[in-house]
Write a new protein. Sequence first.
Length: 667
Amino acid sequence: MSLKVVTVVFLLATIVVASDDTSFTYNGFQSSYLYLDGSAEFTTNGMLKLTNHTKQQKGHAFFPSPIVFKNTTSGSVFSFSTTFVFAIRSEFPNLSGHGIVFVVSPTKGVPHSLPSQYLGLFDDTNNGNNSNHIFGVELDTILNTEFGDINDNHVGVDVNELKSVKSAAAGYYSDEGFKNLSLISGYPMQVWVEYDGLKKQIDVTLAPINVGKPEGPLLSLSKDLSPILNSSMYVGFSSSTGSILSSHYVLGWSFKVNGKAQQLAISELPMLPRLGGKEESKVLIVGLPLILLSLILMVALAVVHVIKRKKFTELLEDWEQDYGPHRFKYKDLSLATKGFREKELLGSGGFGRVYKGVMPISKIEVAVKKVSRESRQGMREFVAEIVSIGCLRHRNLVPLLGYCRRKGELLLVYDYMPNGSLDKYLYNKPRVTLNWSQRFKITKGVASGLFYLHEEWEQVVVHRDIKASNVLLDAELNGRLGDFGLSRLYEHGTDPHTTHVVGTLGYLAPEHTRTGKATTSSDVFAFGAFMLEVVCGRRPIEKGGESGSEILVDWVYNCWKKGEILESMDPNLGANYRPDEVELVLKLALLCSHSEPLARPSMRQVVQYLEKDVPLPDLCMLSLSSNGLTFGLHEDFQDCPMSYPSSMNRPISHTSSIVESLLSGGR
Ligand SMILES: *[C@@H]1O[C@H](CO)[C@@H](O)[C@H](O)[C@H]1NC(C)=O
Ligand SMILES: *[C@@H]1O[C@H](CO)[C@@H](O)[C@H](O)[C@H]1NC(C)=O
Ligand SMILES: *[C@@H]1O[C@H](CO)[C@@H](O)[C@H](O)[C@H]1NC(C)=O
Ligand SMILES: *[C@@H]1O[C@H](CO)[C@@H](O)[C@H](O)[C@H]1NC(C)=O
Ligand SMILES: *[C@@H]1O[C@H](CO)[C@@H](O)[C@H](O)[C@H]1NC(C)=O
Ligand SMILES: *[C@@H]1O[C@H](CO)[C@@H](O)[C@H](O)[C@H]1NC(C)=O
């Protein structure tokens, strides 16, 4: 059911990424997949809110895939065109800060930038440096003499610096002559930015939302962008606030290379909050009609909803045709991976083989996952993965760039993670081991990614297969959760029900094996096993040894009971570690491994403990309040300095060990 809801959304955003005619259109950003950082976020009704009514903030939003801007033969920048609708809301009617910039940048996001007058675009060291390769069109609402601003309400073209190449006071040309516009009026306005690659001309046009595109541009200049832009660039927005509480919104956005950006469907754009405060007396007077009106509206909306759902069911059949995040050409993927050559193979898992690739034109590195045709539920997994990942965005999740489907072959294209999967650094005599601060950072990162899946997105996503080999490391060694092939979407609050157990032995919670139900608490259990892996540098279950399999959690538990929990730490960590942090992670892992799902912390709590915002509760205390921690083989907490209250009966079934559950119930 949740799949349907998400998919409807794709109807609003049409995206086509091809070699030299990339285009996309967002009429609202409901569940869209954009790269966001800083204060940028999506509102529940689908607005892109770059700054959130706070001071000294910057926010960036970028189309997630790089765009080819140059003809590789001639080296000149293609024509491109974009249009967007924005609105600026400030705490004062006559003063706001600092503005919005449409940006073309060599990077996703603008890392070296400051808020306030720097507009989140540059900082005091790189402003004016030709190696920035940044082109921007600013809607600037503050007069900064240091950057030669003409006034506090202007539109300017910026190349590598905040001093505009050319600027004009905000307004537009109508039949009756020039009309002033106030950028901070709070009302939505539309901007068009067009670059003619032949004439080397930039036109910028501004208008109120309801008047259409004026004949003449507000600003026009001759400038060849070829020396400025790189071949592969990202497009997006930057915004910043200074000392005045302001919010910067983008309501719709359309972009196209080598052509005219598709017109925005103004009537479909999300509604801004009403300007001004509540007018209570009026509400009373017009109360009844309003209620009637809203009832009618609600019925109408429900009807539209049903129609859209119906539309979805039909779309599922040819799902791959127009919708979904981005569609790649099979030819390009085949070229990128040199025909899926064995040499390019990065790995293979339960759901298919993963190849490294370099996209032919943009030279972007990707990881292409080929879902095996034999895979029992290939198509269903594929659709689930596309739908869920396509909409998810978090710095600790591996971004899905797009997909391709051909003759039953399913391919998923991900950002390439240069440092591979985490397990390679942990066991099997790793060539490189990670130090404590790296491991701690990865643990915190994965926790926040999982917290996002569980609680921060609009639907609960149960990952189902948390483990070190599903955590990939990006260039900065951030841990990113990958492989959402097993995810299912659940609406918040509904009871997840599944028929078969998926996951990996050693990470499966006892109740998950028993009931077949994956829940957020079974994810927390797996996350506990993951934390032990990271700290101890061992698999959750090691085969061999005299006693058969060795269970990591039991061993750590026994070390803790002896008061020597640090003994279980990976010897490769050496002496350079923080004992308090190691102990924190190990104890938290034990807590997450509790056989009683209700006794495990939520991911929100896990994040709070790891961030040291909240102290970890005493494990002994917990055993009293929740039927005991039952990690080991019928272990008790006799060594705790507390005695059990006599009223507390510990049911025998609860003391059955994880080991038993795992070995009997696992696949
Ligand atoms: C605004 O965004 C910043 C940065 O993400 C965040 O710290 C802050 O809590 C947000 N403020 C509000 C009012 O949402
Ligand atoms: C690229 O430039 C070459 C030479 O100027 C031209 O022949 C070709 O058509 C251009 N390609 C595109 C896609 O514009
Ligand atoms: C803005 O308006 C406030 C009153 O609403 C006034 O006190 C202030 O002087 C005005 N500032 C400017 C720069 O016009
Ligand atoms: C952009 O191009 C310049 C030279 O053409 C190069 O030095 C720079 O590294 C490129 N930037 C990125 C981010 O690729
Ligand atoms: C411009 O930036 C480059 C790379 O960040 C740096 O090497 C160079 O020194 C900078 N130039 C100036 C004039 O600051
Ligand atoms: C438009 O704004 C300019 C200053 O930016 C001002 O000089 C001019 O009088 C304004 N025109 C109207 C019609 O308000």
